[in-house]
Design a protein around this ligand. Sequence first.
Ligand code: NAI
Ligand code: 3PY
Length: 325
Amino acid sequence: MSRRQVLVYRQLPPDQLARIQQEHDVVIANPRVAGQKDAFLKALPTAEGMIGSSYPIDEEVLTLAPRLEVISSISVGLDQFSPDALHRRGITLCHTPGVLTETVADLLFAMVLATSRRVAELDRYVREGQWNRSVGEDLYGWDVHGKTMGILGYGRIGQALAHRAALGFNMPVLYHTRTPVPSGLPEGRAQPVTLREVLMQSDFIVLVLPLTEQTRGLIGPQEFALMKPGAILINGARGPIVQEAALLQALEHGQLRAAGLDVFDIEPLPVDSLLRTHPKVLALPHVGSATHETRRAMCEMATTNLLLALQGKQPLAAYSPAPAR
Ligand SMILES: NC(=O)C1=CN([C@@H]2O[C@H](COP(=O)(O)OP(=O)(O)OC[C@H]3O[C@@H](n4cnc5c(N)ncnc54)[C@H](O)[C@@H]3O)[C@@H](O)[C@H]2O)C=CC1
Ligand SMILES: O=C(O)C(=O)CO
């Protein structure tokens, strides 16, 4: 097996990097790190494999990389690529589904609890020295157990979240998804419904579906207007699925009680974003899968994907386009 040229465009654990270096010649250049963009651009013309995450691999990058055969993404989401365009060019696109499912579901549920029980807000209250009396109604939160959980996108993570909600917190679950699937829960604990029904009947609406042409801007003024007054929105999917201006309006007008956001239109969130300082927003820096165990498992899986694909073997998980209808 001949050695190939691999461009590593995000930091990998040393042992995973060593696995790649054993078989291939490696250039390490993260275009997001100051001073490394030139090295990244310079490595593209000879790159045959690439491994990294989140940096958009667009037409401009692809045009500079005519020898590219494999991209291994350290993520499950593939919205930073044009998967069909890569497929047409014969480039194998691999990703890391499954290994992060439970970890992301944990964080989504943490956001449900934190927004409803006002965890971050009350922490600020104590730190700022405001706790000088027993708390009054103005600082009360709202119960989570027994409330209705609405899930948009009932794939791996959506189903793991539904388990936590239905079986751990006795919450009726409503879900809406593109491809109908059974709930995987005991009879009567979760119902597949329309998007409109999820919006109208849920106390929590959690987004965990991919960013695609169909889902971009999916939650806008009309969708917020359908929500129960006092609903809580959790976006653990991708920022552009929610129209941020409409979200701010819904928070201002009291339509939404709170929003828990792990993802934003622009990441990192610009310092002047109104979402950064809004008192009803719990803002996290895109950390759904960011635990030591899971980020390591993702890097291992992505490395294996890259090595298998460069050997001409079937990777553990590769994107394949939906069959034409
Ligand atoms: N915040 C974070 O750190 C993370 C975010 N994610 C996001 O979560 C997404 C889901 O991940 P998985 O559950 O592993 O994927 P999955 O492919 O198992 O599930 C996605 C679900 O969304 C549904 N869906 C797709 N288009 C839809 C539409 N137009 N309307 C309704 N439902 C639609 C699919 O039918 C499927 O049920 C990823 O694509 C990614 O964007 C994933 C991991 C971490
Ligand atoms: O895997 C993904 O899609 C993420 O957003 C980060 O884990």
